[in-house]
Design a protein around this ligand. Structure first.
Ligand code: GLN
Length: 485
């Protein structure tokens, strides 16, 4: 499948119709889904209707935007009016939102064609999609392996060309980690850049929606469409939005040298040697492109995982209190009284990982423990933020691996939550500090599994991050490789 710009050219030159492009995506979904399981719901009819509307505009000689007629997948934790939104949980099995999230509304307004809702770890808690109550998504590079998570469905769908681009959400790495495992580009924007109205909340001080694409440019085009102030989201930032896809250059040569910092602490114990080699080579390449390389120390990074796994479950325990069988969603049958209805609903409606986090979070927030756990974790969060502030006095962009390993086998880690949590080591700090981060393909291991380079930028400097990622991508061929599946 072609890039957004190529498809746009084909559409306006009337070489292909939006219906043909959409049908091609739907056909691929039909062929691949029995093995891939990226989608929880395919919205074929609605997609074809949207495509027809784009074709009608073209026929009438109206101007269309870049995303018009482009097939897109949406993670199933973003509310879509009239289309099931399950968060891959039993508790929302029959939930059909009566309203539309801001991001999906913006995409619909731009003429993008939603082909379906993608699989995830239940309520976005996890790193493999194995916590989905419905299905585990396979990695298109090796079907016996996980695509990463929690936005694994969105990453796999783009890698396998079931859609051109997709949306995910990233609370502790859930866009960047699956992008790395699936060999695609994934960007977590600055906290507040993209509206979260209609995103089902997991950990409110960390959650951000962001784009996946097969190239940096496609990812940037999608970011253009979703970024911007939204009065419906009180955490949304009122800022000027640049055109992220405009004036991208194939090198980093500028009057004042771009400074890139290697985060020293991310190169140590636990890092796979193939990942280390690939990322080191990528940094050399950035130097060749004109960047100045510095070694930076972020000594508090190692406390990211422990503080995140207090803060995220605490916020989740509060956010998930609303699923009580009363207001909406699943209600357990045959309860004797109100209390047993609550307990049965929640104990059968939620999966094991979600319940584990609700328990940890409730414990950490309870009187007597609050100061020792939650407050302490928030203080550590400040230290991590200060590490970044110091680093960004010396450099413009930080570089490190996205994940310490490549994709693991399904079933390998899902009985050991701690080993799964540890994989988030390099992605969590950006969430704790609210900073933008991107993962770009930077190599393959001996099993032909993709490796990701992570770049972390200053607050609201997505433009700079995208420029660095683009220059790197254009000087390599990693993004051109296609999964065997
Ligand atoms: N893997 C992390 C977790 O399980 C991140 C999840 C996310 O970013 N949504 O919480």
């Amino acid at each position: 499948m072609a890039s957004i710009r190529e498809l746009h050219e084909q559409l306006i030159k009337k070489e292909r119709s939006a219906v043909e492009i959409t049908q091609e995506a739907l056909d691929r979904i039909q062929v691949l889904e029995p093995k891939l399981h990226s989608f929880l719901h395919v919205t074929a009819q609605q997609a074809l209707e949207q495509a027809r509307a784009v074709d009608a505009k073209i026929a009438a000689g109206e101007k269309i935007g870049l995303l018009a007629g482009i097939p897109i997948g949406i993670k199933d934790n973003m509310c879509t009016k009239g289309v099931p939104t399950t968060c891959a949980s039993r508790i929302l099995e029959n939930f059909v939102p009566p309203y539309e999230s801001t991001v999906t509304q913006k995409l619909a307004d731009a003429g993008a064609v939603m082909v379906g809702k993608t699989n995830l770890d239940e309520f976005a808690m996890g790193g493999s999609t194995e916590n989905s109550a419905y299905q585990t998504t396979a990695n298109p590079w090796d079907l016996s392996r996980v695509p990463g998570g929690s936005s694994g469905g969105s990453a796999a769908a783009v890698a396998a060309e079931e859609c051109v681009v997709s949306l995910g959400s990233d609370t502790g790495g859930s866009i960047r980690q699956p992008a790395s495992f699936c060999g695609v580009v994934g960007l977590k924007p600055t906290y507040g850049l993209v509206s979260r109205y209609g995103l089902v909340a997991f950990a409110s001080s960390l959650d951000q929606i962001g784009p996946f694409g097969r190239s940096v440019e496609d990812t940037a085009i999608l970011l253009n469409a979703i970024a911007g102030y939204d009065p419906k989201d009180s955490t949304s930032l009122k800022v000027e939005i640049p055109d992220y896809a405009a004036s991208l250059k194939p090198d980093l040569k500028a009057r004042s040298k771009l400074r890139i910092g290697i985060i020293k602490e991310t190169f140590g114990e636990g890092l796979d040697s193939v990942v280390e080699q690939a990322v080191t080579k990528a940094i050399d390449q950035l130097q060749n492109l004109g960047a100045e390389i510095h070694i930076i120390s972020c000594p508090n990074f190692r406390y990211g995982v422990p503080s995140y796994y207090i803060i995220a479950p605490s916020e989740a325990s509060a956010n998930l209190a609303r699923y009580d069988g009363v207001k909406y969603g699943y209600r357990a049958p045959d309860a004797e009284n109100l209390l047993s209805m609550y307990t049965r609903t929640r104990s059968t409606g939620f999966g094991a990982e979600v319940k584990r986090r609700i328990m940890i979070g409730t414990y950490a927030l309870s009187a007597g423990y609050y100061d020792a756990y939650y407050l302490k974790a928030q203080k550590v969060r400040t230290l991590i933020k200060q590490d970044f502030e110091k680093a960004f006095k010396q450099v413009d962009v930080l570089a490190c691996p996205t994940v310490p390993t490549t994709a693991f086998k399904a079933g390998e880690k899902n009985t050991d939550p701690l080993s799964m949590y540890l994989l988030d080591l390099m992605t969590i700090p950006a969430n704790l500090a609210g900073l933008p981060g991107i993962s770009v393909p930077c190599g393959f291991d001996n099993n032909n599994l993709p490796i990701g380079l992570q770049l972390i930028g200053k607050v609201l400097r997505e433009d700079q991050l995208i420029q660095v990622a683009y220059a790197y991508e254009q000087s390599t061929t990693w993004h051109l490789r296609q999964p065997p599946f």
